[in-house]
Design a protein around this ligand. Structure first.
Ligand SMILES: *[C@@H]1O[C@H](CO)[C@@H](O)[C@H](O)[C@H]1NC(C)=O
Length: 356
């Protein structure tokens, strides 16, 4: 007999029925409290949008997902958001390499190895895609950041645009490196000297395609290929995105009114042992021409699916849905940041297999 009928039988007060009635009441009361709490919590988030019930707020009654979406739009972290942010913080992330296109692979390899002291790590020809690529760096890809050069058959020139800034390389003696580069016919666009508003000695040179390299004088370092500098149109928006969606830390930020710019250094670890993303905002400049030379940064993750979910949630655009690549089977996902800069996340385990 269904327990709801307990009430319709006045003569039914035997102990077991009492217990049933008591249980039913308790469950009912807990239910009321639970719904009450839910309404209070949900409305707290809904208030900034509209102080009244109805309209969009009614979506929270329909599905949990809608609640999360509504709350995200209002930038109020939900429990689910907090969980995702926590996961990102604990994910095993590292800047792996930066990809860009060059007009003559051998010429660039020669320049990087002879003038910048890099090693050629791997090189492969992919005729079916009409391209070749080469990885160069200062140490093994398993632990060091590297550059991945792409050569597309028949394309010998690229437009670097105005948005890309430079790659940073830490060297022990900037003046000596610059001398060597000059000897080899390289182009120096800024002679060695202290950095704007600081004491670190730097110089800026250009590689055969015109990509700038900032040489920074530092003692021996675990990660000589230490920066990728990109210009952004809204620094706070970019910082917020790289913090939340990418799980990077803001390592330092400096406003330089005398040079009309603000710079933020972001990354997954301290600057002396991990490559950082340097974001530059030039006063009043909200958009840049990205050209067609610079491509993307690759970052390692333990889960490309969760990564893509987080990127979508925190303001990025997924341009390649997470999943395994054909043939290689490496799981990746690709996205654009709020300025339109591209990044690719690569599954850590799959990458190691690829490197074997
Ligand atoms: C880069 O590779 C070198 C050489 O193997 C190694 O000593 C160094 O620890 C690596 N850097 C990092 C950040 O792991």
């Amino acid at each position: 007999m269904p327990s709801v009928c307990v009430n319709c039988m006045p003569s039914s007060f035997n102990p077991s029925r009492r217990l049933a009635l008591f249980t039913l009441t308790t469950v009912f009361l807990i239910g009321i409290i639970y719904i009450g709490l839910f309404v209070v919590l949900t409305n707290e988030k809904a208030i900034p949008q509209s102080p009244f019930f109805g309209g969009k707020e009614s979506t929270w009654l329909r599905a949990d997902e809608n609640t999360i979406e509504t709350a995200t739009a209002l930038e109020m972290p939900t429990v689910a958001d907090e969980k995702l942010l926590d996961w990102i913080k604990n994910d095993k992330r590292r800047m792996l390499h930066v990809v860009y296109r060059v007009g003559d692979l051998d010429k660039t390899i020669k320049f990087y190895t002879e003038c910048l002291g890099m090693k050629l790590l791997r090189k492969r020809d992919i005729p079916e895609e009409g391209s070749s690529n080469a990885f160069l760096g200062y140490g093994p890809e398993e632990s060091n950041f590297s550059v991945e050069l792409t050569y597309n058959y028949g394309v010998d020139k690229y437009d670097i645009g105005t948005g890309f800034g430079h790659f940073g390389v830490a060297v022990e003696d900037v003046a000596k490196t610059v001398d060597l580069i000059k000897q080899k016919g390289g182009k120096v666009t800024r002679e060695p000297g202290p950095v704007e508003g600081g004491s670190t000695k730097i110089a800026i040179i250009e590689d055969p395609d015109g990509y700038k390299f900032e040489l920074l004088e530092r003692g021996p370092t675990l990660e000589p290929l230490c920066q990728v500098m990109l210009r952004v149109g809204d620094l706070d928006r970019a910082i917020n995105f790289y913090k939340k969606a990418f799980g990077m830390e803001l390592l330092r930020k400096s406003d330089n009114p005398e040079y009309k710019n603000t710079v933020a250094i972001m990354g997954y670890g301290p600057e002396d042992r991990s490559t950082v993303l340097e974001l530059t905002y030039n006063y009043g400049v909200t958009e840049y021409d990205k050209g067609n030379g610079y491509a993307q940064i690759a970052i390692g993750t333990d889960d490309v699916y969760k990564t893509a979910e987080a990127i979508k949630k925190f303001g990025g655009v997924i341009t390649l849905q997470p999943g395994p690549l054909p043939i290689l089977n490496t799981k990746i996902t690709a996205c654009l940041d709020p300025d339109g800069w591209k990044s690719v996340f690569v599954d850590n385990v799959d990458l190691l297999k690829e490197l074997e």
